[in-house]
Design a protein around this ligand. Structure first.
Ligand code: ADP
Ligand code: MN
Length: 182
């Protein structure tokens, strides 16, 4: 079973997925690293200072990795909702996101672009459009440990095919940060 862990940069995908791996033993693929290492990109976006992923290559590579096993695989990437049918979207208020991203060597423009994307629910909207099941976790006022616990709860429910309660608990759409940027 492939579970995408998506969200705007800084929402906590990588740190949380590392903890999920340590605590529950699920396999985690850090997709950005894989894209770089396996050359799954078609070019470089100079303006955004990122690699442009070749999504056909990425999808094929991930399918190959996961199709041979029933193991749970968590895909850590802001692109994972293009690949997985089940996704967990991590969210963080723009204020908190600004604080978290300030520790990175991002340009002001790149930080602003990410804050706006979060305020406008860009990744959530894409996820709802692309995926069968979408769960949302607000990481604003909770620790990485608590977020990992939430993810464990969602995955356990999916595994025992009794996910009604978690679907209600992590239903997307309750957050509104549209007035919080600018
Ligand atoms: P992403 O992989 O989504 O870009 P990271 O996992 O790299 O995000 O987290 C970005 C920063 O925010 C890191 O410094 C991390 O320690 C911090 N962080 C992530 N999740 C939380 C959280 N729930 N509470 C507090 N800080 C967090
Ligand atoms: Mn990351």
């Amino acid at each position: 079973m492939l579970i995408g862990l998506t969200g705007t940069p800084g929402t906590g995908k990588t740190s949380t997925s590392e903890l999920v791996k340590a605590r529950f033993g699920y396999r985690v693929i850090h997709l950005n690293k894989l894209i770089k290492e396996k050359h799954l990109y078609s070019g470089v976006d100079e303006v955004r200072d990122t690699l442009v992923a070749d999504m056909d290559k990425v999808s094929a590579y991930v399918s190959e990795l996961v199709n041979d096993s029933d193991k749970i695989t968590v895909l850590d990437s802001h692109l994972s909702h293009y690949i997985a049918d089940i996704v967990i979207v991590l969210r963080a208020s723009p204020d908190i996101l600004r604080e978290r991203l300030s520790h990175r060597d991002y340009s002001q423009a790149k930080i602003s672009e990410n804050l706006e994307a979060e305020a406008l629910d860009v990744i959530l909207v894409e996820s709802v459009e692309w995926c069968e099941k979408v769960f949302e976790i607000n990481t604003t006022d909770v620790t990485v440990e608590e977020v990992a616990t939430n993810i464990g709860e969602i995955i356990s429910a999916l595994l025992c095919e009794d996910d009604g309660a978690v679907i209600r608990k992590y239903k997307p759409g309750s957050l509104d940060w549209s007035e919080d940027v600018f």
